[in-house]
Design a protein around this ligand. Structure first.
Ligand code: SAH
Length: 401
């Protein structure tokens, strides 16, 4: 990485007036098409961003390969980058103490650092009790000196038993970073048990998806548990996040997922909490089709599929996928039944999602009342003016007849 983070003379990147307008609107990204000059700037440099006349707009991370060429770090000249990094990490940790605070002693699994929303572009850190799980998504965050600073700051504040890095090979490829494996960066502990809303979960440093669990759904689990009743079906259940919360309220719970390893952990999680849950390994689309055709009925159904729209171009096909799932689930719900339906695709807006749901209810000949329209847990902050930081939708509805 060049120049060394912390050096006071930073290279300059000039951006177009469209790029300037984007920053003035409060966004923190500048696309490659709005770069006017960045000659000789090495991959993963910390740079000064300026308009075409040379007026400085602040300090940013430069990526040589991503379409998002610039991610703003500060609207000011950040002379001492490592010091700023340390401050931002300390602030993110303090923010979690404020928003989660002592109010929720039943939770020790949550997101500590959420990239742009914590003013640390390309760094994600999740806490699973005494183990921290870290992801690096940008060239600057991958530099050795940056990694060392991040790890030492995290260790100082939280004193974790270990810190693991979970690598997303696709992101490294996009950022043209050399391949790396997921490994422990500090400590030797490889598994632990963490709690969300008082429910216990296994965490293994090198297994599972994302950084380990879907922590963004934590508050939606608790909300769902308020209304769930009777016979419940958790579709796309992964390691049982919703199912385990449903089990406290429902007479019978079934979880469905296509991943056997996920279901194995789900079963261990059920045992850990003394719950009996039926797990079915199946393609959710096929299973819902069969169940709907054979007139199966439920009182509570959760739908939490993977992101169907990875890009804007996928929007229409994603909405068709969501509609099919929701239509079948609505048909299977008894009057008074609860539908909990989610989308983690940023490209599907809340308005798109509600419109899809309204159309599904119409086609299913069901009246659906909105109980709650929710988003991601507050430890995954939404930064106003950076719409990409808001991605999760969770709608809880009640079927009247
Ligand atoms: N509800 C979960 C998270 C779900 S993530 C929680 O709260 O933890 C999406 C899940 O969908 C993953 O576990 C993945 O294995 C599963 N999945 C993806 N495609 C599927 C399909 N066609 N049928 C069933 N499960 C699928």
């Amino acid at each position: 990485m060049s120049p060394t983070p912390g050096s006071s003379v930073l290279p300059k990147v000039k951006i177009s007036s469209r790029g300037v307008a984007r920053l003035k609107s409060g966004h923190v990204w500048v696309y490659r098409s709005d770069i006017v000059s960045a000659e000789g700037i090495s991959a993963g440099s910390v740079v000064v961003v300026s308009d075409q006349r040379g007026k400085s707009l602040g300090t940013a991370f430069y990526s040589s390969s991503s379409q998002i060429a610039i991610r703003m770090l500060s609207r000011e000249a950040a002379a001492d980058f490592p010091a700023l990094l340390r401050q931002r990490i300390a602030d993110a940790i303090a923010y979690r103490e404020t928003i989660l605070g002592g109010a929720d002693r039943n939770t020790n699994g949550y997101r500590l650092i959420f990239s742009e929303a914590d003013f640390l572009p390309g760094l994600i850190v999740d806490r699973y009790n005494d183990i921290l799980s870290l992801q690096v998504l940008t060239q600057v965050m991958d530099a050795d000196l940056v990694r060392e600073t991040v790890i030492s700051e995290l260790a100082e504040h939280l004193d974790p038993a270990s810190i693991v890095e979970r690598v997303d090979p696709r992101v490294r490829e996009l950022e043209t970073l050399p391949p790396r494996s997921s490994v422990l960066l500090q400590g030797t502990k490889t598994s632990t048990i963490f709690t969300m809303n008082g429910v216990q979960f296994h965490f293994d440093v090198l297994e599972g998806q994302k950084t380990g669990a879907f922590l963004d759904q934590r508050e939606n689990y608790a909300a769902t548990a308020q209304y769930a009743h009777g016979e419940a079906l958790d579709v796309f259940c992964y390691q049982g996040g919703f199912a385990l919360h449903l089990a406290a309220r429902c007479s019978q719970v079934t979880g469905v997922d296509s991943s056997r390893p996920a279901l194995e952990v789900a079963d261990q999680n059920a045992a850990l909490n003394g719950r009996e849950i039926e797990w079915i390994e199946a393609n959710a689309f096929d299973l819902l089709k069969d169940y709907a055709a054979s007139n199966r009925r439920y009182d509570t159904i959760v739908l939490d599929p993977p992101a169907f729209a990875k890009t804007k171009r996928d929007l229409d096909s994603a909405l068709r996928g969501y509609k099919e799932l929701n239509l079948r689930a609505l048909k299977m719900l008894r009057p008074g039944g609860i539908l909990v339906t989610c989308s983690c695709s940023y490209h599907v807006s809340q308005a798109n999602f509600l419109e899809m749901l309204a159309a599904a209810a119409l086609d299913a000949h069901r009246s659906l009342r909105l109980v709650e329209v929710r988003g991601q847990a507050k430890d995954h902050p939404i930064l106003l003016n950076v719409p990409e930081t808001a991605y999760l939708k969770c709608v809880i509805g009640s079927v009247s007849h």
